[in-house]
Design a protein around this ligand. Structure first.
Ligand code: B12
Ligand code: SF4
Length: 494
C-alpha cells in the first residue's frame, strides 16, 4: 500500500524556541515500511498545507496516518482529514499519537466520517496489523487499541521490545530546519519510554500506565551513529532515572567515539541522586538540561504532586551550574496568580542564571487535573490548550493576566536575548549563519511578533468549530481509569 504519514504544524508559541523532528511518527512510518509498504512522511512543521495537497494529488496515497500528540493540533488534523476525504474518497484515514489516544471517540465524532479509525497507544506494533486488515477488508475494531465509529478493540498493547524499530529519519528531507536554541541543527533520539512518577498535571505517566522501559545500549548507539547532525535532543521524559543504564550507555558512546552536543530533560532529585552519571554525560557533550521545577514554593510542588522538595530542586540547580551545564527550568503559572505573584516570579527568575520558561497550568485529557478541573473550563477551543493560554478562570481579569504573563516572559527573555546576552551569542550566530543555519538567529528576533497580550486575548474570540467534550463525571476514584496502556504495576519512584 502507498501510505502517507503526516505530522501537523508547529504551535505558534513554542515555534520560536524550537522545532524538533517528529520521532514518534518516524517510528510508525518505519514499522509500516518494514512490513513492505511504500511510505512517505510529511512534517507540516517544515512544509505547508499546499505541499500536502500537492503530494496527495501527485502520489495518491491509499492510506493517510496523522500524528496527533498535541491537543492544540486537533482542529488542524480534523480539517486535513476532511479535505483528504473530499479529494481521495477511498483513501483510508487514521489518526494516532498521545492526545488522540485520550480522545479517540471524540475525534471520530468531530470528523463525521472523515477519520476511519483512531489508534490508541504506541503505534509501531499495531500499525502493520492495521494496514493488513485494511488491505484484506477485515474488521478493524477487533484489533487492540483501534477505535472506529462502530466499535472499539481491546486495550492497546505495549510493544514487546523498543529495539525492533529505528526511526525512519531518512524520510524527512528538511532536516536542517530542526533546532532547539543554539543546538542548530538538532536531531532527536529516544533512550527510554514512560515515567514512574505521577504528577497531577501530566499525562506522560497515564499514557504508558506508569511503566518505564529502556532501549538497549547497543541499539541506542547504533541509532546515534546513524545521526548526521552534531546536536541531539533526548526526548525521554526523565533522563537517567537508573544510574547503571545511564552509565552503560555513556560507556558505549565513549567506546564508539561518538561526539555530539546533547539536550535532555530530567528531574532535580534524579540529577542529585545520579551525579556521576550527569558528570560523565557532561564529558560526552551534555550542554543543556531542562528541569521541570514547576513551582518555587513548597505549596505549589505539593499541588502538582512533584514528590520533590524545594531545597532539593535548588540544590540540583547548584549542581548543574557546577558542572557547567546550561539549565532551562519551567515554572507553571497558575490562573490564580495576581500581580504580586508574577512580580515574585520575575524577581526570582532574574536572580538565577538559568533560562526560565513560564507555562500556564492547563488541564489536559488524560491528566488528573482534567478529571478534577475540566468542569471549570472557560473555553473548549482545542487551539487554546497549548500551555500559553488560560483555559481556567483567572483571578485577574483575563487581559491583565496576559499582560502580566507576557511582561514576565519578556523580562525573563531579555535576560537571555537582551543586548548583553546578544553580544555573547554574536559569534555563535555568525558561525551558524556561515554554515547556512538560520533557525537560531531568526528566533532571536521573533519574540515580539509572537508574544503579545492583545493577540493572546484575541485568540479567545476566534470562532470555534470543534468543541472539546467534557468528562461525564467529576473527580477520580481510580487513577487507572486514565491509563491508555495497562501494564503490570511497577514500583513507584521517589
Ligand atoms: C519530546 C517532546 C516534545 C518535543 C518534540 C515534539 C515533536 N516535534 O514531536 C518538544 C520539546 C518540541 C515539545 C514541545 C511541546 N510539548 Co511536548 N513532549 C515531548 C515528550 C516529552 C515526548 C514525545 C516523544 O517524542 N516521545 C517519544 C515517541 C516515540 O513517542 P510519541 O511521539 O508519543 O509516539 C508514539 C505514539 O504516540 C504513537 N504515535 C505517534 N504518532 C502517531 C501517528 C500514527 C498514525 C499512529 C498510528 C501512532 C502514532 O506511536 C508512537 C510510537 O509508539 C511528550 C511526553 C510523552 N512522553 O509523550 C511531551 C508532550 C507530548 N508535550 C506536551 C506539550 C504541552 C508540549 C508544548 C505545548 C510545551 C510548551 N512548553 O510549549 C510544546 C508544543 C510543541 C509543538 N507541537 O509545536 C504535552 C502534550 C499535552 C497535550 N495533550 O497536548 C506532553 C504529553 C507532555 C506532558 N507532560 O504533558 N515536546
Ligand atoms: S516527572 Fe515529568 S514526565 Fe513524569 S509525571 Fe512528572 S511531569 Fe510527567
Amino acid at each position: 500500500m502507498r501510505v502517507l504519514f503526516v505530522h501537523p504544524s508547529c504551535l505558534m508559541y513554542s515555534e520560536i524556541y524550537l522545532r524538533l523532528e517528529p520521532l514518534g511518527v518516524e517510528l510508525v512510518a518505519a514499522a509500516a515500511r518494514q512490513a513492505g509498504h511504500e511510505v512517505q512522511l510529511l512534517d507540516l512543521q517544515t512544509a505547508r498545507h499546499a505541499d500536502y495537497f500537492r503530494l496527495l494529488a501527485r502520489w495518491r496515497p491509499e492510506a493517510v496516518g496523522f500524528s496527533l500528540n498535541y491537543l492544540a493540533n486537533v482542529p488542524e488534523v480534523i480539517d486535513l482529514a476532511i479535505a483528504t476525504r473530499e479529494r481521495l474518497p477511498t483513501c483510508f484515514i487514521f489518526v494516532g499519537g498521545h492526545s488522540a489516544s485520550f480522545i479517540a471517540s471524540e475525534l471520530i465524532a468531530h470528523a463525521q466520517g472523515a477519520i476511519d479509525c483512531v489508534v490508541r497507544g504506541e503505534g509501531e506494533g499495531i500499525t502493520p496489523q492495521l494496514l493488513e486488515a485494511v488491505a484484506k477488508k477485515t474488521d478493524l475494531h477487533t484489533l487492540p487499541g483501534i477505535v472506529t465509529a462502530t466499535g472499539e478493540g481491546p486495550a492497546p498493547r505495549l510493544v514487546e521490545s523498543l529495539d525492533r524499530v529505528t526511526p525512519a529519519r531518512d524520510l524527512l528531507p528538511h532536516r536542517r530546519r530542526y533546532f532547539i536554541g543554539t543546538l542548530d541543527p538538532c536531531a532527536s533520539i529516544e533512550f527510554t519510554r514512560g515515567c514512574p512518577w505521577d504528577c497531577s498535571f501530566c499525562s506522560a505517566w497515564t499514557f504508558y500506565g506508569r511503566s518505564y522501559r529502556q532501549i538497549s545500549p547497543e541499539r541506542a548507539v547504533e541509532d546515534l551513529q546513524s545521526i548526521r547532525e552534531p546536536n541531539v535532543f533526548i526526548v525521554d521524559d526523565v533522563a537517567f532515572i537508573y544510574p547503571e543504564a545511564g552509565l552503560a550507555l555513556a560507556r558505549a558512546i565513549e567506546r564508539h567515539r561518538i561526539r555530539k552536543r546533547y539536550y535532555l530533560e530530567t528531574r532535580g532529585d534524579v540529577l542529585l541522586r545520579n551525579k556521576e552519571v550527569f558528570a560523565y554525560w557532561k564529558r560526552l557533550g551534555l550542554e543543556y538540561m531542562f528541569l521541570g521545577l514547576e513551582a518555587i514554593d513548597e505549596e505549589g510542588l505539593k499541588l502538582y504532586r512533584k514528590r520533590v522538595t524545594l531545597s532539593k530542586n535548588f540544590e540540583a540547580l547548584e549542581y548543574a551550574r557546577s558542572l557547567g551545564i546550561t539549565v532551562a527550568v519551567n515554572i507553571i503559572a497558575d490562573p490564580d496568580w495576581d500581580e504580586r505573584r508574577f512580580a515574585t516570579v520575575r524577581e526570582w527568575a532574574l536572580s538565577v542564571p538559568e533560562i526560565v520558561h513560564l507555562t500556564v497550568n492547563t488541564p489536559y485529557p488524560g491528566t488528573e487535573t482534567w478529571a478534577t478541573e475540566a468542569r471549570k473550563l472557560t473555553t473548549r477551543d482545542y487551539r487554546l490548550f497549548d500551555v500559553q493560554h488560560a483555559v481556567l478562570p483567572t483571578k485577574l481579569p483575563l487581559e491583565r493576566f496576559y499582560q502580566e504573563l507576557v511582561r514576565t516572559q519578556e523580562v525573563i527573555n531579555k535576560k537571555h536575548l537582551g543586548f548583553a546576552a546578544l553580544r555573547d551569542t554574536f559569534f555563535l550566530a555568525v558561525k551558524l549563519l556561515a554554515r547556512g543555519q538560520t533557525n537560531f538567529v531568526r528566533m532571536l528576533w521573533k519574540f515580539h511578533q509572537v508574544y503579545n497580550p492583545a493577540r493572546q486575548l484575541a485568540d479567545h474570540t476566534r470562532p470555534v468549530r470543534y468543541e472539546m467534550a467534557l468528562p461525564q463525571t467529576t473527580g477520580l476514584r481510580d487513577r487507572r481509569a486514565l491509563y491508555v496502556h495497562h501494564p503490570p504495576p511497577v514500583q513507584a519512584a521517589g
